[in-house]
Design a protein around this ligand. Structure first.
Ligand code: UDP
Length: 316
């Protein structure tokens, strides 16, 4: 019988994790999804659950997991500011003890581990665009620190395992990603603006909306994650994945309002503490090492997300 590669996706019922599970199943892998449904949802894996190559472990990643695997994608963590500010301790534990458990499993099985890190390790960056060798500008005790420092610890732990045990690790810093299956209540800017615009409710702009982000469509992100995992010469590398097109939040609000033919007014409120003023990935390394670059333009990607939220409003 042909040996099928087995992949563990922690956080596999989350937004990015569930898209990754679908992609891996379509590519012929056996997929084990580990999730505690704290921020993920069963609905995201409804289709996958019907596939005989898919299995679900409903558990916290803070508990050790003992299965045989070839690849581990460690994505389990609350990832939206609203979520991680609500459950800061769990956020820190999924990135510290959770990463430790994944690394121990990688050490034991010889699996390769992809650590799903974040652009938040750069904090409120003082340089733009952000390259992987930038150390960041992070408040260690602010409202975002549970996530930022959790991921920074996770990265350092990966490096420690690489050094002491030669564990195969690749660290990917995921920049803002959007697409179908984002939760409408996760507080992030795209679901917020799209749902507000579709319902003709006020669009909530924090600060004056002059802060920037760069938004990557989830389909591009998944291709990048797969390439980072499967390209052998990424061993030990730290790679930014994101879309380098930078956009001001106020401009994003205008695009979404227009696309939804919305009558929503804009309401402005204070910029949250430590909200980064700019964020844009330098993706030269991903292009060079992985031959990867994002393809979906924000206008096209937004059409897809708007359509999805529209269907959900209509009960589909
Ligand atoms: N934002 C906003 N209105 C909202 C939600 C977010 O103006 O209703 C802003 C937020 O202050 C930040 C940017 O949009 O500057 C992106 O926020 P998000 O929570 O999506 O992700 P972040 O990049 O901050 O983790």
């Amino acid at each position: 019988m042909e040996y099928r590669k087995r992949v563990l996706v922690t956080g596999g019922a989350g937004f990015i994790g569930s898209h990754l599970c679908d992609f891996l199943l379509a590519a012929g892998y056996e997929v084990v999804c580990l999730d505690n449904f704290v921020t993920g949802s069963r609905r995201n894996i409804e289709e996958a659950l019907g596939n005989s190559r898919f299995s679900l472990i409903e558990a916290d990643v803070e508990k050790p997991v003992d299965i045989s695997v070839d690849y581990i994608f460690h994505l389990a963590s609350p990832a939206s500011p609203v979520d991680y500010k609500r459950i800061p301790i769990r956020t820190m534990l999924s990135n510290s003890i959770g990463t430790y458990n994944c690394l121990e499993l990688a050490k034991k099985t010889g699996a390769r581990l992809l650590m799903g890190s974040t652009s938040e390790v750069y904090g409120d960056p003082q340089v733009s665009p952000q390259k992987e060798d930038y150390f960041g500008f992070v408040n260690p005790v602010g409202p975002r620190s549970c996530y930022d420092e959790g991921k920074r610890f996770a990265e350092a732990l990966c490096k420690a395992y690489e050094k002491e045990h030669e564990t195969e690790v690749v660290i990917v810093r995921i920049f803002n990603t959007y697409g179908r299956r984002m939760r409408r209540d996760d507080g992030r800017v795209i679901p917020n603006f799209v749902c507000q615009a579709l319902e003709n409710k006020p669009i909530t702009i924090y600060g004056e909306g002059l802060q920037t982000r760069s938004f990557c469509h989830v389909a591009d992100m998944i291709r990048g994650l797969e390439a980072a995992m499967l390209t052998t010469h990424t061993q030990g590398e730290i790679i930014n994945l994101g879309n380098p097109r930078e956009i001001r939040i106020i401009d994003l609000a205008n695009i979404i309002k227009e696309k939804c033919s919305s009558k929503s007014p804009f309401v402005f409120s204070e910029l949250p503490t430590d909200d980064p003023l700019q964020r844009r990935p330098d993706i030269e390394k991903a292009m060079r090492l992985l031959g990867w670059s994002p393809k979906v333009e924000i206008e096209e990607g937004l059409d897809d997300v708007i359509e999805w939220f529209r269907q959900r409003r209509n009960g589909r």
